[in-house]
Write a protein that binds this ligand. Structure first.
Ligand code: ADP
Length: 376
């Protein structure tokens, strides 16, 4: 709708406002000249010559005086007319220049926004322009950049989710078709397989739901003063049976006294649980995992070090990315959705901390650690 407005509307209006100012100023001058100048002219004449109007024989004749006044008025009128022409020309030239500098960039921003609305997410406005106008174009471009990134992430996410669901769905479908056709015999193994695949899809959906809650900021993070040793021991206790089952040793290493932290108990427990589950999943039987915590500046660093498969250095930065897995088939077989660490990072950052991964390389173990702010 707005695009239908008079083309160059702003430019025309600005130009007209310039001309209006010129018109008002010169009208004021003309009225002033008409009302004030004649008596003033008389008064100055009397003062300079000592003669007033119609005074004595030496006084200027009335006719002469009228002629002088009319010549004066006509000269003034011509001067004002010339002024009107010159001022209007100046207003038009300056107006065109200034409005061009203002209206041009605004039009370019409007054009870029129309292109983005049409789906050209890469459209940007030329950010050259005077001060605020240039700033407007720059902030518009920043907004466009953020929208484009969000759009890319959305498309990527849909692709990832479809990809993640395809494998378990294909397996379930294959089994069901086999059962229907009588090619596959119903057995414990088949039911277990079907159950496993649906459980995997369920986990994926739950993880995605959690991720979307965390990333959209819908998860509220409490800022309680907590004793870190308690959190560490609680996490170790909860995982002890699973470690025992797999034959992986779990050691807890805590200094005598640890300063309190400001964190959310459940969220911190969730991050620790994720790291302990990963350490267990990627550490073969006979290996060991060490859970520790120690102060580091204004933070406390929690650390989970395992003697497991390790992570090649080129993957270290990416393990926190959504759906990223170092070894797709191995991780998937282990039930991993590739979202756990993404959620963990979002939870740690929401509490004001940082998370990182280190590894000396394949088969040389991995260390995942995160910081949380100390109380006070
Ligand atoms: P997943 O559910 O697949 O484990 P995560 O987001 O928790 O997803 O981890 C992403 C990837 O990081 C995993 O697929 C795995 O390749 C790698 N990874 C995570 N923790 C470890 C670890 N302790 N040792 C080796 N690799 C790990």
């Amino acid at each position: 709708m707005t695009a239908r407005r008079v083309r160059g509307g702003l430019r025309l209006r600005l130009l007209l406002s310039y001309l209006l100012v010129v018109g008002v100023a010169l009208s004021a001058v003309a009225i002033g000249v008409r009302l004030i100048a004649p008596p003033l002219f008389d008064a100055i004449l009397v003062e300079r010559t000592g003669h007033g109007r119609m005074v004595g024989a030496a006084a200027m004749s009335a006719a002469m005086q009228d002629a002088t006044e009319s010549a004066f008025a006509s000269a003034m009128a011509q001067a004002i007319a010339l002024g009107v022409v010159v001022a209007s020309l100046a207003a038009i030239v300056v107006g065109l220049f200034v409005t061009g500098r203002i209206a041009g960039p605004i039009r370019r921003v409007a054009e870029a926004s129309r292109r983005i609305a049409r789906g050209e997410s890469g459209a940007r406005a030329d950010a050259t322009g005077p001060d605020e106008i240039g700033e407007l174009a720059e902030s518009f471009n920043r907004m466009a950049e953020a929208l484009e990134t969000a759009e890319e992430r959305r498309v990527e996410l849909i692709g990832d989710v479809a990809h993640e669901l395809r494998t378990p769905l294909a397996t379930v479908r294959g089994y069901l078709e086999g059962l229907l056709d009588g090619v596959v015999e119903p057995s414990e193994t088949v039911w277990a397989q079907l159950h496993g695949e649906t459980a995997r899809m369920n986990r994926l959906v739950e993880d995605l739901q959690e991720l979307s809650r965390v990333e959209s900021g819908a998860v509220t993070v409490r800022a309680d003063v907590l004793a870190p040793a308690e959190l560490v021991r609680g996490a170790a206790l909860a995982f002890a049976p699973r470690y025992q089952d797999k034959g992986v040793r779990l050691d807890v290493d805590l200094p005598e006294r640890l300063p309190a932290i400001v964190a959310d108990r459940d969220r911190t427990a969730q991050v620790l649980a994720n790291l302990l589950a990963n350490a267990l999943r990627y550490t073969p039987e006979g290996g060991a995992v060490r859970l520790s915590a120690a102060p580091e500046g204004a933070y406390l660093r929690f650390q989970v070090r395992d003697s497991g498969l390790g992570i090649p250095s080129e993957h270290l930065d990416r393990v926190f990315d959504r759906f990223y897995r170092v070894d797709r088939s191995r991780s998937r077989a282990g039930g991993g959705s590739g979202i756990g660490l993404t959620i963990a990072r979002a939870l740690v950052e929401a509490q004001g901390g940082r998370i990182r991964a280190e590894s000396a390389g394949p088969a040389r173990g991995s260390t995942f650690s995160f910081t949380l702010p100390l109380a006070g």
